[in-house]
Design a binder for this molecule. Structure first.
Ligand SMILES: C[S@@+](CC[C@H](N)C(=O)[O-])C[C@H]1O[C@@H](n2cnc3c(N)ncnc32)[C@H](O)[C@@H]1O
Length: 637
């Protein structure tokens, strides 16, 4: 018996993290290993020499081992029986006037009830016989009654409409009180107005380019703390699997009375409109549980969504324009409007294709082969596919080529979408920011990273909003933070994580000057600002005898007594802000924290504790202005 070849995959950690979900492993891992193991050295060398994504996909699809997998549609369907059981549980709660519990069961019944469609549906509509009311309509009608008693009139009316639409007999009079308008996070105005070119950004932002850093944002005017810098809808967004039952698949809003997919019982929508405009789900529906079972990462889901949200004809119409190279300079050379819904903007996000190893590309290609095989089981390719699982048409190859590029783009440009969880109404105690999905924002993706945060992000549904958390002077870089902040992580670890995930060596001011972490900040040594040139004046405030400090840069003396007095005021302002936060007066807290940051920015250079406490508090206040969920203690539920 020939000795088994050595496992060729021990060094795949980084790539694996991006492609496979480390918390929920699935069958893809074994599939990839098996295909890789079956590859001879000569075949791998041949793959390494391929120059285009198209050739790579074609090569991988022709490997016999990739077809040693049986791809079947696999999703959670409807069940009249389960719907009936849930509805009856709901009825019992409703009878006991426990409307909240009834709502929960009725919602489960609505999701499980088959939604009539096609020929059967037409027959019911024509016969208009109340005895043939569908289970779906009955469950909706029952839920509307619970919603009515919960004074959720907006949802109540909506359920009645949907029940009527699905053959519930019209009542003699719809005795429904005035509509209740749901409170939604407000999208604030951009600071200084909308940028004429980068339409999702404020006028205070410009985008520059250089060979080392690619594109990055710069302050076109002075930016103040609290300025709204970006408000942007995603080009594509994907919910975490665990959130399918809590949020709308399309817009990520939470809903008390979800509208289900007409075919499966896995996903929910907040409204009939969101369901109708989710073309992607009509494609993904039959393979959703298959994809989940594969253990692919959220990045791979997002990659697939970039394709499934449009019919294949949308991409074919642009085929001529889609060259494989990367042209980052184009964004600054070309002065056309940067519209984040323009596919070409998405297509030109950074993917570092030239720096990839053959192993990385091979791993990605096998994921794409799997995705194409899964898409072949849906209506996506229709007559443009081969209809056979081990043959591939030109349109399928083209789609695979796009997917391979998207998988690389997603690695560097996706943002986590989050919601802020309060552990009780109007209290910050124990509050935490939790991930609910991922999205691509083509304008925000142009911002480079600094470990010293300059803006905070929060979300309304899946729309992102960013606000400045410190003063940024005209001409300075306006950075984003890629999840590596200096107050909470040591430099070596931050740099290693950024290099691993985003492929650059961070040289921000916090890294260059090795700023201490929050726990190590020494409050006695401060860097004051020279009143003339603003250069730093390092002072040990415990030992200062003479308040006149000479600037090493310009030679001017600065009297730091007035600064020390201002700093005392900022302590008071901060305490005031904390009191407003305790009382959950968000507007007042925000105003005080902005005021405090401005004062501190005028006096001292970071890093120091008060500054970061102020920024931290301000970020928490901002998070409350976006997606917010209140978790009640079990006894209160
Ligand atoms: C989300 S993109 C940012 C925009 C990107 N510069 C571009 O031109 O599209 C992330 C990529 O930008 C680059 N980048 C981000 N922050 C950087 C920094 N501080 N220094 C150098 N390069 C950075 C890295 O190449 C990283 O993979």
């Amino acid at each position: 018996m020939a000795a088994e070849r050595e496992d060729p995959l021990p060094h795949l950690n980084r790539s694996t993290k991006m492609i496979e979900d480390k918390d929920r492993p699935g069958f893809f891992k074994d599939y990839h290993r098996a295909v890789r193991k079956a590859l001879t050295n000569d075949q791998f060398n041949e793959f390494s020499k391929l120059k285009t994504n198209e050739d790579r996909i074609r090569f991988c699809f022709n490997l016999p081992a990739v077809h040693d997998i049986d791809i079947k549609t696999f999703f959670k369907g409807k069940s009249e029986k389960e719907a009936l059981e849930k509805k009856e549980s709901g009825n019992r709660c409703f009878g006991r006037k426990n409307n909240l519990e009834a709502l929960k069961y009725y919602s489960q019944a609505v999701v499980k009830a088959p939604v009539p469609s096609g020929k059967y549906w037409k027959l019911i509509k024509e016969s208009a016989d109340p005895k043939k009311m569908t289970m779906y309509a009955i469950c909706l009608a029952n839920r509307s009654a619970a919603l009515y008693h919960l004074r959720e009139y907006h949802y109540c009316v909506r359920d009645i409409d949907e029940a009527l639409e699905h053959h519930y007999p019209k009542p003699a009079s719809t005795d429904v009180p005035e509509c209740y308008v749901e409170e939604k996070p407000v999208i604030p105005e951009l600071a200084g107005g909308r940028n004429e070119r980068f339409v999702s950004a404020s006028k205070k932002i410009d985008i520059h380019y250089d060979n080392n850093m690619g594109r990055y944002a710069v302050a076109a005017e002075d930016i103040e703390p609290g300025d709204v810098l970006v408000t942007e809808k995603p080009f594509a967004a994907i919910l975490n699997r665990q959130e399918y039952g809590n949020h709308c698949q399309k817009c990520f809003k939470t809903t008390k009375a979800p509208i289900p997919c007409k075919k499966c019982s896995s996903v929910l929508f907040c409204s009939v409109e969101c369901r109708q405009s989710s073309y992607f789900h009509t494609v993904e529906c039959p393979i959703l549980d298959l994809l989940v079972g594969s253990g692919m990462s959220i990045n791979c889901f997002l990659t697939l969504r970039l394709v499934t949200q449009y019919p294949v004809s949308y991409f074919l119409d642009m085929k001529e324009k889609l060259t494989e190279g990367e042209d980052l300079k184009e964004t600054t050379n070309n002065k056309d409007v940067y519209d984040p819904s323009d596919f070409m903007r998405l297509y030109q996000l950074v993917c570092h294709s030239q720096s990839r190893t053959a192993e990385d590309l091979f791993h990605r290609c096998i994921m794409i082969v799997f995705l194409i095989k899964a898409l072949k089981k849906t209506k996506y390719f229709d007559s443009k596919g081969t209809g056979s699982s081990d043959k591939i048409s030109d349109v399928e190859i083209f789609t695979g080529t796009l997917l391979l590029r998207f998988l690389q783009i997603v690695q560097f440009n996706a943002h986590e979408v989050s919601e802020y969880i309060l552990m009780g109404p109007k209290t910050f105690d124990g509050a935490k920011n939790e991930s609910m999905g991922a999205a691509i924002y083509p304008t925000l993706a142009l911002f480079n990273h600094s470990c010293h945060s300059a803006q905070c992000r929060y979300f309304s549904g899946n729309q992102v909003i960013t606000k400045a958390v410190r003063t940024i002077s005209k001409g300075e870089i306006v950075p984003e933070n890629y999840g590596q902040a200096f107050p909470t992580k040591v430099k070596t670890q931050r740099k290693a994580d950024l290099a691993d995930r985003y492929w650059f060596d961070c040289n921000c001011e916090a890294c260059q000057n090795d700023w201490p972490m929050y726990k190590d900040m020494d409050s006695s040594t401060q860097r004051f600002k020279c009143h003339k040139c603003h250069g730093p004046l390092p002072v040990n405030t415990d030992q200062v005898l003479n308040p006149f400090i000479k600037c090493e840069k310009c030679g001017e003396q600065t009297n730091i007594l007035s600064t020390l007095k201002n700093l005392q005021n900022t302590e008071q302002t901060f305490r005031g802000a904390c009191k407003e936060m305790e009382a959950y007066n968000l507007e007042k807290a925000e105003a005080l924290l902005i005021e405090n940051t401005k004062q501190l920015d005028a006096c001292l250079y970071p890093p120091y504790r008060d500054y970061h406490l102020t920024q931290e508090a301000y970020m928490r206040v901002c998070l409350c202005q976006g997606n917010l969920r209140i978790k009640l203690a079990k006894a209160e539920e």
